[in-house]
Design a protein. Structure first.
Length: 134
């Protein structure tokens, strides 16, 4: 049952945004699913959310690496789409997704990525006008 709650339900629908009163995943995770079983891939990042079937959720040992994986997959979406299978309705499979090779960046790139990621969070937080802060 889909309510008008506070927590996002990731599904294959591109026309509807569903919200629930509860969530199944409380940590930052990478979410992969298809749009209406079309074979078009969506790679999201979420926290405090739930998912429907044919959706894959994974996380790394830390949030920075989870974000890096999400950005890599988003920027290389064709690698994800190639792992969707089915005659009429294409769906992701764990066997397919687990074959994607994600390069391990150098320590310097990860430091830069971590710095930029944290700066983006701080910039966003600091750029909220006083009238909108609660």
């Amino acid at each position: 049952h889909v309510d008008n709650g506070n927590f996002k339900l990731f599904s294959s629908s591109i026309n509807e945004v569903y919200k629930l009163n509860t969530f199944d995943y409380s940590e930052l995770c990478c979410i992969i699913n298809s749009t209406n079983a079309s074979g078009n891939a969506i790679v999201n990042l979420g926290i405090n959310f739930s998912v429907t079937s044919d959706t894959f959720v994974f996380k790394s040992t830390n949030d920075i690496t989870t974000k890096y994986i999400q950005l890599f997959l988003t920027n290389n979406i064709q690698l994800v789409k190639e792992q969707f299978h089915g005659a009429n309705h294409k769906h992701p499979t764990w066997n397919g997704l687990s074959t994607i090779k994600i390069p391990i960046p150098t320590c310097q790139i990860m430091r830069d990525f971590s710095r930029d990621y944290l700066l983006n969070i701080l910039t966003f937080t600091l750029s909220i006008p006083d009238c909108c802060r609660s």
